[in-house]
Design a protein around this ligand. Sequence first.
Ligand SMILES: CCCCCCCCCCCCCC(=O)CC(=O)SCCNC(=O)CCNC(=O)[C@H](O)C(C)(C)COP(=O)(O)OP(=O)(O)OC[C@H]1O[C@@H](n2cnc3c(N)ncnc32)[C@H](O)[C@@H]1OP(=O)(O)O
Ligand SMILES: NC(=O)C1=CN([C@@H]2O[C@H](COP(=O)(O)OP(=O)(O)OC[C@H]3O[C@@H](n4cnc5c(N)ncnc54)[C@H](O)[C@@H]3O)[C@@H](O)[C@H]2O)C=CC1
Length: 719
Amino acid sequence: MAAFARVSGSVGLITLQNPPVNALSAAVRQGIVDSVQRALREPEVKCVVICGQNGIFCGGADIREFSGPMSGPPLIPMIHSIEVAAKPVVAAIEGSALGGGLEIALGCHYRIAHSKTRLGLPEVTLGLLPAAGGSQRLPRLIGVPAALDLITTGRHVTAAEALQLGMVDQVTDRNVTDVAVKFALSVVGKPLDARRISMHSCPHSPDLDELFERTMQHVRQRARGAIAPVACVQAVRAAATLPYAQGMEKERELMATLFTSGQARALQYCFFAQRAIGRWSMPSGARWDTSKPRPVHKTAVIGLGTMGRGIAVTLAQAGFPVIAVENHEKQLMAAKQAISGMLERGAKRRGVTPVLNKITYSRDIQSVANADLVIEAVFEDMALKEKVFQQLSAICKPGALLCTNTSGLNIDHLASQVRNPELVVGMHFFAPAHVMKLLEVVYGPRSSSEALATAMAVGKKIGKVSVAVGNCQGFVGNRMLEHYVEQALFLLEEGATPELVDQALEEFGFAMGVFRMSDLSGLDIGWRVRKGKGLAVPDPTTGQTARVQQGRRYSPVADLICEQGRFGQKTGQGWYQYNTPGSRVGKPDPWVHNFLKDYRARHGLVARRIDHQEVLERCLYSMINEGFRILEDGIAAGPEDIDVIYVFGYSWPRHRGGPMFYAHMVGLPKVLERLEHYHQAHPDVPSLQPCNLLRKLVANGSPPIQKWKEVMKKINSRL
Ligand SMILES: CCCCCCCCCCCCCC(=O)CC(=O)SCCNC(=O)CCNC(=O)[C@H](O)C(C)(C)COP(=O)(O)OP(=O)(O)OC[C@H]1O[C@@H](n2cnc3c(N)ncnc32)[C@H](O)[C@@H]1OP(=O)(O)O
Ligand SMILES: NC(=O)C1=CN([C@@H]2O[C@H](COP(=O)(O)OP(=O)(O)OC[C@H]3O[C@@H](n4cnc5c(N)ncnc54)[C@H](O)[C@@H]3O)[C@@H](O)[C@H]2O)C=CC1
């Protein structure tokens, strides 16, 4: 709702009240409409101030309302009635003014912001555009180039930047409502036409056509198939080229297409999924709201290679003192230099001072004795990690959390090496660790809820999107990825080329297809892992790596490529060829095509035509099938956890919501039918065999994704 009060004699104060972010629910909109009418009606009221309760102006439209029938007064006429009011209306903005919240402020005649406020039109991140006049008013207020930037990216600006852009009239450190009330009284009686943004035309900008063309090209490239950024450019173009009323008509038309789109549903699902993962639970019943994290003041990182360096930087940037241990002298020197560089570049980007003194370097593991949390990032070698954990157990103070960044080793086994196994968890960062947002926090059967709560709290503090997952081979992300990669290799055997597979995946929305991505990460990493698993070894009788390993189909194609020393970009050759080692631009490689031809001939395989649809179905549905197995095994608590992992750790296109949401959009019966079809064609590929949970969900009428957990509970309780 919105409350109305008369303050300072003649100021009508309208306060938005809808915790936690004063979202514009139907009740709030009704409250504003009623309050504005009252303010205009009452002769004692000479001016109006609109503010929000509890330190936040307004987080925008109530996103939860978008999935049902809309009721209550619409925003556009409500904002119009504010703008045409004959009494001055001042927005007193603090906390956040986002989306519809900022659009209300743009309808006011004046805007005063607290210095800590953030403002923005983030609708594009929800698959929408600012359709309550925002796309038409903002360019008129701050000019087309700046408005295009804000509307197509959805980025939030600080009050200082907003002032510089002309979005607000004044910034204050004092109580913003008090300042706005005083200000409102000072402008009573002054003419208002010049303050009504819809009556302006856009400020002149040279070369507008060129700007729109360039921006359109840029958003198309960046958006990878997302429709909202394109619609945002079109809406701003309408603001720049049409009178306000026609621009509003265009805004409405574009919004009508976006509002009901699958992409908007996917992006809004992601918004809530990202928040839902914070409400973790463990199979023991322990939960986020009943488990208390331990205090963490000092941290330590062991092993300053690729990952350890990024982890140390992330911890230091979040304000934690870090003891960084590396036992190899040369590596230590290199790490010091690399870490300083990362900290300096990061600080420059953010306009702050680099926190070089937060990190203390050492070659001696004994120096971590006082740390509250230690993250081990030494080589992926169980014997070495066992030793490190035994040392940590002896050295660290009681209660210290011992974490491993292993990407695949058994966390329970590592826990068995220490005195307090309940204090061991995995903190699985993604490379580069100071850039990638995802953190899988892995608990084992012996991890305490306190340990998980602590790692999750630290994850949050260092700005990571942290997802709690159970312990299994590959955890969630890599366990699913294995099936995606496996199908891609099988497709090569059956007639595809790396470029065909990559093109299908890139058109779907991945920034890079599976083969381009492998070339970037280095093919040798996977090769080492496969060898470690006893795969990728030649059959002693034929000398060739067998196409059936451990009782199932296996493709040795990637191993054979590695045997040629082709490790991807770093060697200048992999699935693609590069002009020089380290170059990033890969071209199709005739050598790879000939190699695949020979390989097929050697194994009596006949190449067939493979289309994009098959690539997507085989690669994505096999991975989704594994996602259902992960849910079935209780490794992830819900589909949101899996989807957040994929969006933040594996560049799954956000406008497709994540693999499990995608399955829900495609329809579970279709996913099941296609998996059955492919499994019939490839009975030696177990990952194509539909898993029980998928079958059961379909048998239960394929409920929407929001209901899967309920159905899973029902199914489990019947067992
Ligand atoms: C048939 C065709 C018809 C076509 C025409 C249709 C016409 C429809 C016209 C509609 C025009 C509407 C235009 C419009 O107004 C568009 C919008 O405003 S869209 C919303 C834009 N706003 C945002 O994107 C802001 C989202 N929120 C945030 O960024 C952050 O929450 C915020 C910075 C505000 C605060 O951050 P923080 O303190 O970290 O809190 P949390 O993020 O954890 O949030 C706390 C809690 O609140 C929930 N929440 C936040 N914002 C909203 C919201 N806008 N609506 C609903 N709920 C919101 C959030 O989910 C958390 O709750 P959980 O339970 O934990 O999920
Ligand atoms: N590289 C990647 O993309 C990812 C790696 N991981 C995991 O992170 C861990 C580290 O991987 P990378 O950083 O890639 O390895 P790396 O080989 O780049 O670095 C390991 C570092 O540990 C040091 N080290 C070895 N034994 C030590 C000891 N006893 N004390 C102190 N330092 C010691 C080495 O000298 C080396 O500098 C591995 O478990 C890996 O599986 C996890 C996610 C992604």
